[in-house]
Each structure stands twice: as structure tokens, then as C-alpha cells.
Design a protein around this ligand. Sequence first.
Ligand code: SF4
Length: 374
Amino acid sequence: MAVPISQMWTVATYVLRQRWSGRKRYPLVLMLEPLFRCNLACAGCGKIQYPAHILKKQLTPEECFRAVDECGTPMVSIPGGEPLLHPQIGEIVEGLVARKKYIYLCTNALLLKEKLHLFKPSKYLSFSVHMDGQRDHHDFSVCLEGGYDKAIEGIREAVSKGFRVTTNTTLFDGADPNSVRAFFDEMMQVGVESMMVAPGYTYEKAPDQKHFLGRARSRRLFRAILANRKKSWRFNASPMYMEFLMGKRDFSCTPWGMPTYNIFGWQKPCYLLQDGYADSFAELMEATEWAHYGTESGNPKCANCMVHSGYEASGVNFTFSSLKGLWATAKATMTLYPDHGALDLLSQPVKPVHAKNPLVNIDVPQTALEETHV
Ligand code: SF4
């Protein structure tokens, strides 16, 4: 089972309650960033390029609990930075478990083995380990030789002690689908509960700007990776979001689906962009100009985005929007997506297109957009 039934039930009843109450915009997962400092300096990261005085700051457990209570989501993801560097991370997780929140503590796992004593195994707690592929690829991606082996050591230790462990993989241009598929086999053998994959977002602050994927290339890559899948692979993502990645469905972004809280406050509009901050969750929902965001808005910052923090909630909404959505999701969980041409697509060129941003009247450079369908 990719996700425990109790978690699926909690999420399903939460979403149905929101829909039945007529709430138009509701959050699904709180992205709680307790700090930005990290013990890695990955080339594709947009979170760690802050000045030293910002990197020294962190949220207190009370600030974390206030944000979680304000937002009310059934799931809380704790990214960073590296959350295991927070001196009170054990206290923060304990407080969230007491609130019966399903927690994904995102970690590079370099410190997992030595910090495991801070936590107790619980159905509410999963370590979501950042693994970018097989050994060489992962070490290159996180700019650390031996990073893969250290993370695997942490995963094995956590699994052996009865903790839930999932993986979280970001793919960039040039990723080898066969290697990614072999990586899935490795993770299943190590004993992780399930895996999540998503394309990297083009962070303006990331040191490596050359290897971010356009939408058409993302869809081809994900079709090559996720078609013809093995029965043994378990994924921790909405089946509809995975079909979106493969180019089988189109969704609008749901930027409020995974709101972000960090040392600056509630981040507008989503986990990836920083167009200001709100003092409260209510202010974030009321004061953000949501129409200015999402690929269809013409906003160049959203042009190539297919990241789960914008589109996973769209997939979940679709599932619960109608019987058709429920049926499509049930079907998707049972199919292995046989597709003989999936790998060949990657060698075909993609056509660039030109667009004008209607909201801010800026011409989007041709290189920023690609045709959106495979
Ligand atoms: S498309 Fe991506 S960057 Fe734009 S609002 Fe949605 S999640 Fe954020």
C-alpha cells in the first residue's frame, strides 16, 4: 500500500467536507519551512541563497503550531533547508503528531541516523528523503560524493526501526529514464514505503540555470519514466497528478493548495514564488491576486511550472469533483500504462512558441515557453 488507509480516509473526508461546505479555495498540505539553512548546497536549489543572518533564523515550535492550527490542513510537509538542523525539530514533530497531522519531514538524510532518537515511529510521521537518482547522479545533483550512500544508510536505519520512509525525487533536463527506472527498483529494495517524482522549478536564485525542463520536455520525460511501470513500484502522489506529468491530462494550477509558512510569514502565492508575505493565513487567501498565477495566466514565472506544490492539489480536486474523477483515479491506480513509443519520444525536438502575458503586458521570451502537449 503506497499510503496507509487511515491517511487516505483522513484526506478524502477533509476534501469532501471542504467541497460540501462550498469552500472555493482550500489548502491541502501546509509547507512549513522552519529554517532555510542546509548541510548541502545543491545546484538546483532556490532556498539556501539567503544571507547569513537569514540562514541563522528559525521558527519556534509555537510559531509552527500556530501556523498549523491557522491553516487546518490534514497534512504538513516540513521542507527547508534541512529540518534536521533545527535544534527543536523533535519537539515540533511531537506537537504535530499530537495534533494528528500526517507529516512528511523532508530531509537529505545525511543526519537521519544520528537524529533518529529524537523521534518515535508513528503512522503520522514519514521521513521524505531527497534522492535524485542512482548513486552517481544523486551525488552529482547534491554536489556531494558519498551523499547517496549516507542517505541509504539513514533510510535503512529508519526502516529497520519501524519508521515510515518515502523518497522525493526532482528531475532536471538530461535525466536518463532508464536510470530513473533502475533507481525506483533500488528504492523499493531498500524498503521505502513509496516514491514521489516531480520536475524541478526554474528558481531564479538557483546556481545552475541551464538544466530546468520546459513543459513539453517534462511530459516526454515523465511519459518515458512512468509508462510501462512495474507492479512493484509504489508512488506517493495523486494518480491524476502523475497523469498530468505524463501529458495525459491538463490541469490549472492550484497555488493555494500547498500554502507556505516560513520565517517571513505566509508566502504569496505559492511554495515557489515570493511575491510578498501575509501576516495570517486568512490574509494570504484574501489578499493574493490568484488570477495572476498559473501557466494559463501568462505569468512568465509560471510558464514552465509543473511542480507538485501547484498541481498535486489540482489532481486531488479533480478526483473528488465528480464520479468521473473518482472512476479515472480508480482506473489509474490499476493500470501500468503500457506504451511502446514512450522512450522514442524523448529524441524528438519540441517546438518553441511565443506568448504575451495579458496581465502584466510582458512579452514572454520564446525560450521560456515550449509547446504544451506531447
Ligand atoms: S504555476 Fe507554479 S510557480 Fe506559478 S503559481 Fe502555480 S505553483 Fe506557483
